[in-house]
Design a protein around this ligand. Structure first.
Ligand code: NAP
Length: 315
């Protein structure tokens, strides 16, 4: 049995692992994909303190290496079901089953889909949710980015390194993105905006070559069609994947895990950290902060449950 199992290897999970392993707890991080999680698909992070600019994949690897240096183990596996209500926390995965004294859930969230006809059909054939993975396919072509938040604007700027022109399609007439990103986008000659518009349908042959938009002010529909293939990159926020926890852990109406400020859930010995948690600000730096807080409190919980003085207080 492990002391602490952390589900999810993004900034929150890896930081939790770093703190737990450094606190001399037997620490296992379960990650279904790449170490670093969602941030590995992000480029040009310039607001992580102490680092001028870094790509997400590199930052993820740095935190993972730091956690491993202190003895955290990272396994690639995917959680199928959990039994968290007892003293021993049981986690059933596709490859193996695991047990721990405390669990930290840090599985973040998945990209939200538009839900328009054609979106699923053309995934990977024109529709993408990852500019780092797919922008290079659109060298010299047009690209349409859907969304108006930090992700949409930041990724649109990145895509201009490849595309001939990038059109940001937003459902309102002003962006949600931070002012500094807005300024960069407004000053970029390769970026244009299609305001008050929603994607109604995505069409094509083998790959996408038509996009139907609706102006939500006038109701007018128009089709953008091209002989050349073009890309549609969707960045309209994220949806947390809390289905497997919802029968055991308190979840908000919008599906996020509810914690207190110590990252404790309603279940003893179970903590949550990062984007999966109900909160208002979702940045890498506070995901890491959540991870540290969850880890310190998970260690404290184990030490107290075992009748010991919390290790952290001895130093
Ligand atoms: P977000 O801030 O939730 O923005 C989502 C955007 O998509 C909004 O503009 C929203 O429109 C639009 N949208 C939502 N649902 C839609 C739908 N069904 N159809 C069309 N448009 C839809 O998500 P995000 O940009 O992915 O950012 C997530 C979090 O990460 C935020 O906290 C953000 O600040 C953070 N982040 C930070 C950075 C950075 O600091 N550099 C970079 C990336 C992300 P409305 O505006 O009309 O609601």
């Amino acid at each position: 049995m492990h002391d602490i199992i952390i589900i999810g290897g993004g900034p929150a999970g890896l930081t939790a692992g770093l703190y737990a392993a450094r606190g001399k707890k037997d620490t296992l991080i379960i990650e279904k994909g790449i170490e670093g999680g969602q941030i590995t698909e992000t480029t040009g992070i310039e607001n992580y303190p102490g680092i001028d600019q870094i790509d997400g994949a590199e930052l993820g690897k740095k935190i993972a290496d730091q956690a491993k240096k202190f003895g955290a183990k990272i396994v690639m596996d995917e959680v199928e079901s959990v039994d968290l209500t007892g003293e021993v926390k049981k986690i059933k995965c596709y490859v193996d089953d695991y047990e721990a004294k405390a669990v930290i859930i840090a599985t973040g969230a998945n990209p939200r889909q538009i839900g328009a006809p054609g979106e699923d059909k053309y995934k990977g054939r024109g529709v993408s949710y990852c500019s780092l993975c797919d922008a290079a396919f659109y060298e010299g072509e047009d690209v349409y980015v859907v969304g108006g938040g930090d992700s949409a604007v930041q990724e649109a700027i990145f895509i201009t390194n490849f595309a001939k022109k990038v059109y940001i399609i937003h459902r309102r007439d002003e962006l949600r993105a931070s002012k500094i990103l807005q300024e960069k986008a407004f000053n970029n000659d390769k970026i244009d905006f299609i305001w008050n518009s929603e994607v109604v349908e995505i069409k094509g042959d083998k790959v996408v070559n038509e996009l139907v938009l609706k102006n939500n002010q006038t109701g007018e529909e128009r089709s953008i069609k091209s002989d050349d293939p073009f890309g549609i990159f969707v960045f309209i926020g994220y949806v947390p994947n809390t289905d497997i926890y919802k029968d055991q852990i308190n979840i908000s109406e919008d599906h996020y895990i509810i914690t207190d400020e110590e990252m404790k859930t309603n279940v003893t010995g179970v903590f949550a950290a990062g984007d999966i948690r109900k909160k208002t600000v979702r940045q890498i730096v506070n995901a890491a902060g959540d991870g540290a807080i969850a880890s310190i409190n998970a260690q404290k919980y184990i030490d107290e449950a075992e009748g010991n003085l919390y290790e952290g207080f001895k130093k």
